[in-house]
Design a protein around this ligand. Structure first.
Ligand code: 5AD
Ligand code: SF4
Length: 448
């Protein structure tokens, strides 16, 4: 057994990066690396980066600057802090990172982190900086130790990459072409996660509903996963409207474990902007898809992503985005100011929207979404929701869980409710959570 070493991994960006961070910890564990919560004193620091918007990418360089004194301290104490940059900034910038931030020892892309142990060994042998940002032919999933669940709610990456090439987006360049994991591998990993304590699985992919493998559609995969005993809930993110097919809609109708909540990005309500974004659908197409989904699952709540201030976006076009938000009645969404990303077609488009206009539009979108969210939360008061308790509460005797629509719910609950789904009556609404009361045994019987 090698001596214990400390690894600190910082995760930026999306849930796929959260999953990747957990897998990097898995591949490093056999080398004796234990994960720690702070970079001070660590033997290895990994920044698992995000390139989706400029702000996220720039943050990596300021964080690298902050590592310098910590690395110096470690060296003074006779040790060495290796610094690795992983994820999408690493993929996009490659060897250039070393020039801008000489502290960097290892640069690895999202497709090569199964080779991290080898890269660490090479860096420790002082072979100079180690770069590995290829898209290897062997899928990394075949080389990763099978994960166990870290809690009642687990992520499972089933798909990676994107072939859609929206004109603003770096993902097709940093994550590469679409890859779907084989059905048998997904099922085996899901069973293992459930056997090790997961009650809820969130299937992950940059274009998750484009998953198809071994003759199975994504809808079929959802049906098969729902058969796993002990699994209570299934979610998936993030999806594309064009990959919502009849089988997926039917799964939303038939698969009770599939939560009545769907994150389906639309980005804009303007057909001119959607076309310039190369989304491949109109606002009406999106609305029609939502209508069909809701015909299949009437209580389906919707979430989305929006970009405001895309090049050339006019006030009238922006007003169409606000109109779509009201029409669908999203209960939650992520909204962003357009950020020009080097190498993407939109970065070369004329008529950039002034920052102050983009900011005002972002505020308007967020106000509209905030109102809808508040109304939805208020409407939950008095209802009984199934809550999956997954975290301790703020004081002993309290647990925090999630409703099917992802609201945090606080309730007094016995310790053995942890990791279970319980019916909870919602009695109050806070700014970011709901307050609930567990149903008593009698009430439960009456409800069943
Ligand atoms: N600028 C702003 N937002 C972006 N997104 C992707 N690329 C950009 C960009 N260049 C947003 C989209 C996407 C989400 C993950 O990030 O809304 O759905
Ligand atoms: Fe990016 Fe568009 Fe692919 Fe989503 S569908 S990852 S926004 S290119």
């Amino acid at each position: 057994m090698s001596e214990r070493k400390k690894v600190f991994i910082k995760t930026y960006g999306c849930q796929m990066n959260v999953y990747d961070t957990a897998r990097m910890k898995d591949v490093l564990a056999p080398l004796g690396y234990a994960a720690v919560e702070t970079p001070a004193g660590a033997d290895l620091v990994v920044l698992n980066t995000c390139h989706i918007r400029e702000k996220a990418a720039e943050k990596v360089y300021s964080d690298l600057g902050r590592l310098r004194p910590l690395a110096a301290e470690k060296a003074e104490a006779g040790g060495r802090m290796l610094v690795a940059v992983a994820g999408c900034v690493a993929q996009a910038e490659g060897e250039a990172m070393k020039k801008r931030a000489p502290i960097v020892d290892i640069v690895l892309g999202p497709q090569t982190y199964h080779r991290l142990p080898e890269m660490v060994a090479r860096a420790l042998r002082d072979e100079g900086a180690v770069f590995d940002t290829e898209f290897p032919v062997e899928p990394k999933f075949d080389f990763l130790p099978p994960p166990g669940a870290e809690g009642p709610s687990a992520f499972l990456a089933i798909q990676e990459g994107c072939d859609r090439f929206c004109t603003y987006c770096v993902v097709p360049y940093t994550r590469g072409a679409e890859y779907a994991r084989p059905a048998a591998d997904v099922l085996a990993e899901a069973k293992r996660l459930v056997a090790t304590g997961a009650r809820e699985l969130t299937l992950l992919g940059q274009n998750v509903n484009a998953w198809a493998a071994d003759g199975w559609s994504f809808g079929r995969l959802l049906r098969e996963l729902a058969e796993i005993d002990g699994l209570a809930r299934l979610r998936y993110t993030t999806s594309h409207p064009l990959a919502v097919d009849d089988e997926l809609i039917a799964a939303h109708r038939d698969v009770a474990k599939l939560v009545p909540f769907l994150h389906l990005p639309i980005q804009s309500g303007s057909d001119r902007v959607l076309k310039a974004m190369n989304r491949g659908h109109t606002a009406a197409d999106y609305l029609r898809t939502v209508e069909r989904l809701r015909a299949a699952r009437p209580d389906l709540a919707m979430s989305s992503d929006f970009i405001v201030g895309f090049p050339g976006e006019t006030d009238a076009e922006f007003a169409e985005t606000l109109a779509v938000i009201r029409e669908v009645g999203f209960i939650q969404a992520f909204s962003f100011k357009y950020s020009a990303r080097p190498g993407t077609p939109a970065a070369l488009m004329p008529n950039r929207v002034p920052q102050e206009v983009a900011e005002a539009r972002l505020a308007a979108v967020q106000a509209a979404l905030g109102e809808l969210q508040a109304a939805f939360n208020a409407g939950c008061v008095g209802r009984v929701l199934p809550v999956l308790f997954d975290r301790p509460g703020r004081h002993p005797g309290q647990l925090i869980g999630r409703s099917p629509t992802m609201q945090a719910v606080h309730a007094e609950a016995p310790a053995d409710a942890m990791g279970t789904v319980r019916p909870v009556r919602i009695v109050g609404v806070g700014p970011n959570s709901l307050a609930g009361e567990l149903l008593s045994g009698d009430e439960r019987e009456a409800a069943e």
